[in-house]
Structure formats: structure tokens, C-alpha cells
Design a protein around this ligand. Sequence first.
Ligand SMILES: CCCCCCCC(=O)CC(=O)SCCNC(=O)CCNC(=O)[C@H](O)C(C)(C)COP(=O)(O)OP(=O)(O)OC[C@H]1O[C@@H](n2cnc3c(N)ncnc32)[C@H](O)[C@@H]1OP(=O)(O)O
Ligand SMILES: NC(=O)C1=CN([C@@H]2O[C@H](COP(=O)(O)OP(=O)(O)OC[C@H]3O[C@@H](n4cnc5c(N)ncnc54)[C@H](O)[C@@H]3O)[C@@H](O)[C@H]2O)C=CC1
Length: 725
Amino acid sequence: MVDYRREGNVAILTVNNPPVNAISTRVKDGIYECISRAKNDTKVSVIVIHGHGKHFIAGADIHGFSGQRESSKVVATLPEVIAFMEASNKPIVAAIHGTALGGGLEIAMGCHYRIATKSARVGQPEVLIGILPGAGGTQRLPRLCGLGPALDLISTGRHIKAPQALKLGIIDKIVSDDILKEGIAFAKAVIDKPLNGRRISTLPVKDAENAEQLISAANASVRKRQRGMMAPIWNIKAVAESIKLPFDEAMEKEAEYFTVLVTSSQARALQYAFFSERLAPKWEVPGVASYNTVKPMNIKTAAVIGAGTMGTGIAMALLNARIPVTLVEQNKQFLEKGVKMIQDLYAGSVRLGKLTADQAKYLLSNLKTSLSYDDLSTVDCVIEAVYENMALKKEIFAKLDNACKPSAVLCSNTSSLDIDEIASATKRPDKVIGTHFFVPAYYMRLLENVRGKLTSPETIATVQSLGVRIGKIPVVVGNCDSFVGNRMLGTYTSEAQFLLEEGALPHEVDSVIKDFGIPIGAFEVSDLSGLDIGWRIRKERYEKLEKSGKKHDPNARFINGERFSPLGDTLCEKGRFGRKTGMGWYRYEKPGAKEPFIDAEITTLLEDYSKKHNITRRKISPQEIFERCFYPLINEGFKVLEDGIATRPEDIDVIWINGYGWPKYTGGPMYYANQIGLDKIYDTMCYYYEQHPTSSHWRPSALLRDLAKQQLPISQWGKQVASRL
Ligand SMILES: CCCCCCCC(=O)CC(=O)SCCNC(=O)CCNC(=O)[C@H](O)C(C)(C)COP(=O)(O)OP(=O)(O)OC[C@H]1O[C@@H](n2cnc3c(N)ncnc32)[C@H](O)[C@@H]1OP(=O)(O)O
Ligand SMILES: NC(=O)C1=CN([C@@H]2O[C@H](COP(=O)(O)OP(=O)(O)OC[C@H]3O[C@@H](n4cnc5c(N)ncnc54)[C@H](O)[C@@H]3O)[C@@H](O)[C@H]2O)C=CC1
């Protein structure tokens, strides 16, 4: 785990714990033993510590926080090992490449010098997994770089690159990529330098005079940006001790606060989410294939059909990953509008300093435009993002099938339509798949990849690998109406509207949702994305119904015996499409304005509506709003598993955290359900199903019922699911 060798008078410690050199108990013990050995070796004058493989050390082993810890051969804890390093009379140099994160940066701060390659990144990301830097990070970082930067890095968990770390004084020098050679050379040059002033724990905290202001600004920022999370607050509290107490006493506080966090349910949920996100790309379709049995195709070029909201965002996601894109539209005017949208977004990134003008120019140079499918004969992959209309999508897929080379993968960004029906328009259904991006597609990390009945494992592997390449978290799901995310969302939006019919107002529902930790309420989000999108989809469904001989009544509160609220259609008929028209479920100052105001017209409309349908409006409690919005959503997640549409509960949680703003610190709807207690959810579902028998989303899932009885850990639900299919 940690190798020791000597080159002349330099002792070299190599941490070797693939894949990221995480600090397991054995790594910690190894570092302690090797440092002891170097201290006692009279031939050694200086010590270099570096990492084998891609990283220096990416932090403590996260598995160790909730699982069984290995027993330690040496008594010292990580903070003690770091103190032991710092006290060494032989200089220790941390030679950093890849990343020095969490405990890795804390080890580097226990060294007397830190050098790094230009591409190296450092940070204290513990807050993101619900804990704090418990090995002196909250105390050494403010001494090294100042209170303000330390508060920022520790409370946000963001990584910074070596040049910025150099500016902040976190590292001493940027060196070439031959990190070990550089480390040895640097070590030789500092052998005789005094170590006074190099032991960070002995230094004063920089910026201590502005402490009060800096701490209250940090608290205000986390209350706004990381609402509901307890770790950022405790991280700030720990850093604040650095200006109140001497180092050793502040370290005791750090240990105390670490214990509070590491045993919290938020930390467990965040760590579950960390591993779930890493599991998602490793897809598995039971009985069919899995990521480690199939090779993906290499996508060198791509095309996007439709230069609207999604098409332009998808094109940018591809361009950002250096994949040349041909963007196709139905006419010149729409094409120019789409290209302008992309140019403006890149110009915005340049203004914000996220890209240089040259980088933006380079990315745009990979964008080609066309009005003809004839230009797509050589592309490896096409992603269609035209209006949500089956006939149109089938027409386009038939054209693509004729125009593209036989090996090209054809993807649809549909958010709800049947992938098998779209694939039936081609002679290559094995190469057709849904790639459901989320708005804005260049930013949102979720990619829901929808496999059809005939989609080949190679096609699944290809879009999964493409997803990772463009920086997304790809999740494979099965084909059903609205797939996983939107199918579950459907229950939540329906119930939210039923609550309006029965007495609640949009802001009352939204505030319960936001108090739970979802950043935006159901009605606010509907106004943001535009009520007309859902209306278009529903109108297509009404047309289908009419074609099958069933006339659609615009006032109907039931469709095929199932409760339905026509309120969304009523608003659209009045031109209330949301923010874009300056009115939707809320009122806005003007079209396009962001701040929602309660609208008296909506209150009157709801009251009239309830009267017209003989519904007695009542005061609905926040608890009822919560249960009615979230329990059917969770229940639908179990039905999604039951149907084999998702194969693992972790995938559902990843979808909700990354596509719908579900608070990560609750782990996702499936994990959260387990926290509430599956038996409680099941009983509540039964209660509401009795009250609302015409809403099938209240019918409790059989899987939920069975799992509620078995009380299995979530890691075993997948096996239960597989055994039922
Ligand atoms: C008295 C008590 C004192 C207690 C002291 C506490 C000490 C502390 O202060 C606590 C800590 O250090 S907590 C850990 C802080 N570090 C992090 O959060 C870094 C997490 N990792 C990353 O960001 C990326 O993996 C990274 C940027 C490193 C690499 O990204 P990539 O995209 O290249 O690779 P990934 O797919 O993310 O990861 C590759 C494999 O490595 C696993 N992994 C990553 N970091 C890990 C970590 N810290 N612990 C355990 N496993 C880890 C990851 O799960 C993945 O595994 P596989 O999916 O199986 O390949
Ligand atoms: N807007 C959203 O939040 C999300 C939308 N989706 C899905 O993405 C697809 C596109 O949605 P948006 O981008 O929002 O729509 P949009 O209305 O912004 O853009 C659609 C574009 O397709 C173009 N188009 C129509 N017919 C065409 C043809 N024959 N050839 C080439 N281009 C054609 C239109 O001119 C328009 O620019 C839909 O299937 C939608 O369900 C998926 C996820 C989220």
C-alpha cells in the first residue's frame, strides 16, 4: 500500500492503493511506518511522498465511513500521523499530481513543502459527502491560505487547479509532469533549510482580523446555496474555531464536530449517492448484457436534428467534449436562430471567464449546419430533438435511416414517446435508442438512456460511453410511457394539481416542496419550462382518444375512469404558458421575468373551478401536501422496479438527484423511502388509495409491500427485483 525506497539521502514513499490512492487504514499505517523508518534511517536527510498511478491521494476511503473499518496495526489516527509528519526534523515534500483531496490534502499540509504539476487539483470536498476535513484540514488550511479562501474551499468542497493553489499559497511551486523526478530535485534543494515556519500548525491564521465578517458571509452563502444541508454549517463552525482557540484545542473541536457529521443520516445518504453516481454508468440489463461484456462504438462525429431549446444544448454538450456536430433544422430561419443561441451562450461563458475567446472560437469551429439529411452520410451518431410528436419523429427516423451509414446510432431525445414505435420507422431498430437529456442540456448531468425492445447491447454501451465522455451521468432505463423520471414526476404533478382542486394554492404546495429541499416548486417549474409543452403532449393524446372514437370533454375530470385535472389545459387556453407569457400558475412583472407573484386571478379561477365541480375547498396541512406529492412518486419508483424499467434503486435515485433537483442529502426517493420506513409508506399509500380510488398512482406497489415486510437493506433490493422479473 505504501512502498519505501531510498535514493541517496532521499527517502521516497509511494502510496499505491488503486484506483485513487484512497487512505484506507493500511495506507494510513503504511505512511506512519515509512515515515518512522525514514526518521530513523541515518542515511536519509529528506523525504518525498507521492502517489502511484493517476493521483497523489484522493482522500480517505469513503467506504470506511459507513462500513466495517479494517483494524489498525499502529495506534495512531490519521490526525496523529499527520502531526507526526509535521514534527519530523527531516523535511518532507509532498509531490502532487492528479488530485490531493480531503485527507490527501491534509497529508500534504502535514508535509513541509508541497509541489504540484500544472494540471493537479487540490480541495477539501468532504462537505459534499456530509462530513468535514477531520485530520486537521479545518485548522491548517486557514493558516496556509487565509480564512476567506479556506472558508470558501471547505464549505463548498470545490477543487482548484495548481495555478490557483499556488496563488493562494497552498502549494509552493508548479513543476513539470515528471513529478517524482521533480520531487526528488526539490527535496535535495531544501535539505538544509530550517523548518521553522514550515510547520503549518505553528503559523497564525491569515485574515483573522476580518473573521466575523468572513464567517457571517460564509454562513449566509451556504444558507442560500446549500439549503437544508448540515455539513456546510458544521464545516464553517470548525474553521471558525481556528481563530478562537489554540491549534490543539481547535483540533479537539474539529474531532467533536467530525463525529457529529460522520454519524449523521445526511452523511450516509450523501455517501450512498456518491457511490450510486459511480455505479450508474456500469449498466446491467439482467439476462441480456452488461457494461463489462460489450464494447461501445467510438463516436467521432455526431449530428443533432432540431435547433430548439434541447437541440442547441445537446449540440453544445457534444462540442464541449470536442465532438464535431452537424446541426440540422427544417428551415434557414430556425437554423440561424439556433446557431445564434449557441454563439450567445459561448459568448456568455467568455464574459464570465469560464472560457477564453480562443477556446470558444475553437469549440464553434466544430459546428457545421445543414438543411439536408444528405450531409449526414458519414456521422457516427444522430440525436433527434424535434417537437414531441410521434408522426414527425417517425418521419425523421425513416429519413435518417436512408441517409446515415448502416453503423450509425440513431437516438431520440423524446421525453415520453415510445422508442419501439420510433425504431419501427427504420430498418435498424437495434441501433435506435432514447437519449433523454435534461434542460439545459449543456449543463444538467443526467442522461436517461432508454433501451427499446430491439436495441442492441452495443448501442446501449455506445450511448453510455458517450454520456461519460460528455460529462454526464448516464443511466440505462427501459421503454415505457415517460420512462423513469417523468413517469414518477407524473404522479407528483397530478397530485399537486388535485391539491389545488381541493383547497391548496400553488404557493402553498410549492413551499412544502421547497422546504423539503427541492430547489423549485412544482408550479414554479411548470411556469419555467412552459405549460404549453405538456399541453402539446396532452393534445396529441386527446387526438388519439378521439381517433379511437372517444370524444374528449375539455372539462372532464376523469379520463378512462382515472382522475384527471383539466386545470393545466384551462390555463393554456387562457394563454397562461408560464414565465414566457408573464403568467402561468403565478403572475410575473413582464414576459420572461423570473420572480413569481401570487396571482389573485388564479385564486379566483381555482375557487370558481371548485364551485363548478361541487368540490368543498378546505385547508390542507403541509404534512398532507408532503405525503400526497411525494409518496405516490416513491411508490411509482417501486412500480418502475417491479416492471423492470429500472434495474436498481440506485439508478432511480441518481435520476432524481441529477435530473429533478431531489436533495442529495436525503439520498434520492428510494433511499429516502427506506429512511422513512417502507412499512409507513406502504400503510400511508393504502390509506390514501381508499380515499382516492380513482387515482391508480395510489395503488400500493406489490414490491413495496413485500420489501416493507422483509426490511432488507437497499443494496439488496436489486436482487429482489431481479428475482421477480
Ligand atoms: C479521527 C478520524 C479522522 C478522520 C479523518 C478524515 C479525513 C478526511 O478529511 C476525510 C476525507 O478525506 S473524505 C474523502 C475526500 N475525498 C473525496 O471526496 C474525493 C472523492 N473522489 C473524487 O472526487 C473522484 O473520484 C476523483 C476526482 C478522485 C477521480 O474522479 P474520476 O472521475 O477519475 O474517477 P471516479 O469514477 O470518481 O472514481 C474512480 C473509482 O475510485 C473510487 N473512489 C474515488 N474516490 C474515493 C474515495 N475517496 N474513497 C473510496 N473510493 C473512492 C470511486 O468509487 C471509483 O470506484 P469504482 O467505481 O469502483 O471504479
Ligand atoms: N424542453 C425541455 O425541457 C425538454 C424537451 N425534451 C424533448 O426534446 C425534444 C425537443 O424539445 P424542445 O427543444 O424543447 O423543442 P423546441 O420547440 O424548442 O425545438 C424543436 C426544434 O425542432 C425543429 N424541427 C421541427 N421539425 C423539424 C424537422 N423536420 N427537421 C429539423 N428540425 C425540425 C423546430 O424548428 C424547433 O427548432 C422534444 O421531443 C421534447 O419532448 C426532452 C427533455 C427536456
